[in-house]
Design a protein around this ligand. Structure first.
Ligand code: 7TS
Length: 417
């Protein structure tokens, strides 16, 4: 099976791009076009990804790393080729540092369970931020309950940025690990990761970056950022669900015990004990999501062909326009920084209308947004909001879709007075 796709830069032609995503041409309801503004939750998938997975199941399906028959060899080669592509995509030379997980959540849990349980003990500080998704809070809270480690949170300013003074203050308390999001899934804030990693390293801390919202939307070079661990999900970057990545420095991964035990993660098993496999297999117990890994490889090809700089530039134009238009609507209160400091996410409160009602009315017009706390309850508490409505944009969204959102919001306003 050929897995090598030539990656060529192509001009950013939005109507051409939309043809790659069959779901976008669907009607939400009879006669009502779909306007998908929920890519922060999960992105849509291009045909190139769907077909790569289809091809695998039709032509090469077999379990990996075990058979010596032709199909098993093809499947293994395709799975490992996907790992290599993903490594290159985030600037990593060594594919042993790329662990397939189910998603960002599992990748962060892997670090908390495996690294955290060995390296942290009572009183050790793990520094998080108030803008984290629950998946970068709860694993550490579980560990805190179990091991008595201390958690502190870098505060968020009223305009939705990380308070760098608060960061410096906590760094003086010698955290063992600093774990923070590259881009907020609610505020859209893009944090100054490189500078924050350097400061953490100077303070002697390791750094885990939650890149769930950055890898899909901007060029991310792990080596340049200097991260020790970095986690992201395939399904938010045009890939399938059920596959995610943990990047970890080889030296750290080698020191860590396995996360899950079972097949594939061992070199030898006797009744008296086991010897773990080498990296990255030590962390990939059991039959992995083979087709999904191959699908993620195809997604990486797709994004690379468009060019991450082009995707970022397109989303910047869209969010700049969206903010400008949202600010025109009476009663809308956006949270988060200005367009220059954020990605394509607009979360807002609407005077007198509950976010669920906003989302429900918009849905009648085919506009898919998310309402709720977006798995960031502490952040909403900080802004004294139980919930927000969130419109999020990706490479396939258009200015016309922003207009449709605004029109929809005026309809919400007329319904709820
Ligand atoms: N971190 C961030 C910053 C996220 O936005 C998300 C998912 C996760 C971690 C967890 O990713 P998962 O693939 O493991 O679930 N964010 C959202 C969202 O904003 N709406 O739905 C999922």
């Amino acid at each position: 099976m050929s897995v090598k796709t030539e990656v060529r830069p192509v001009p950013f032609d939005i109507s051409r791009i939309r043809q790659d995503f069959p779901i976008l041409a669907q009607k939400a309801y009879p006669g009502v076009s779909l306007v998908y503004l929920d890519s922060t939750a999960t992105s849509q998938k291009p045909m190139q990804v769907i077909e790569a997975m289809d091809r695998f199941y039709q032509q090469s399906n077999a379990n990996i790393h075990r058979g010596i028959h032709k199909l098993a060899e093809e499947a293994t080669a395709a799975y490992e080729a996907a790992r290599l592509k993903i490594a290159r995509f985030i600037g990593v030379d060594n594919p042993r540092e790329i662990i397939f997980t189910r998603n960002t959540t599992e990748a962060i849990n892997l670090v908390a369970y495996s690294w955290g349980r060995i390296q942290l003990s009572t009183g050790d500080l793990v520094l998080l931020t108030e803008m984290e998704h629950h998946s970068n809070i709860v694993p550490w809270q579980i560990l805190a309950q179990e091991r008595g480690i201390r958690l502190e949170y870098i505060s968020v300013t009223p305009d939705g940025l990380l308070d760098q003074e608060s960061y410096i203050y906590f760094l003086q308390q010698n955290p063992k690990l600093v774990a923070f999001t590259h881009m907020s899934n609610v505020l859209g804030t893009i944090n100054p990761v490189k500078q924050m990693v350097e400061a953490a390293h100077r303070a002697g801390a390791l750094v885990l970056i939650d890149a769930a919202q950055s890898v899909p939307h901007l060029p991310v070079d792990v080596r340049d950022l200097g991260a020790d661990f970095l986690a992201f999900s395939g399904h938010k970057m045009c890939g399938p669900t059920g596959i995610g990545i943990l990047y970890g420095r080889q030296k750290l991964l080698e020191q860590m015990p396995p996360f899950l035990g079972g097949g594939d993660m061992i070199r030898k098993v006797q009744l008296s004990g086991y010897l773990p496999n080498e990296l990255p297999y030590k962390f990939e117990a059991g039959t992995p999501a083979i087709a999904e890994a191959i699908g993620l490889g195809a997604a990486v090809d797709y994004l690379s062909a468009l060019g991450m700089e082009n995707i970022q530039a397109h989303e910047h134009e869209i969010i700049t326009y969206a903010i400008e238009r949202l600010e025109e609507v009476p009663g809308i209160h956006l949270i988060g920084p200005s367009a220059d400091q954020k990605g394509g996410v607009a979360s807002f409160a609407f005077d007198g209308v509950h976010p669920h009602d906003v989302a429900q009315v918009l849905d009648r017009f085919g506009i898919a947004v998310r309402a709720g706390h977006h798995c960031a309850m502490p952040l909403h508490e900080k802004f004294r909001l139980p919930a927000t409505t969130r419109a999020s944009f990706y490479l396939y969204n258009t200015f016309q879709e922003v207009d449709a959102l605004i029109e929809g919001l005026y309809k919400v306003k007329s319904i709820f007075g």
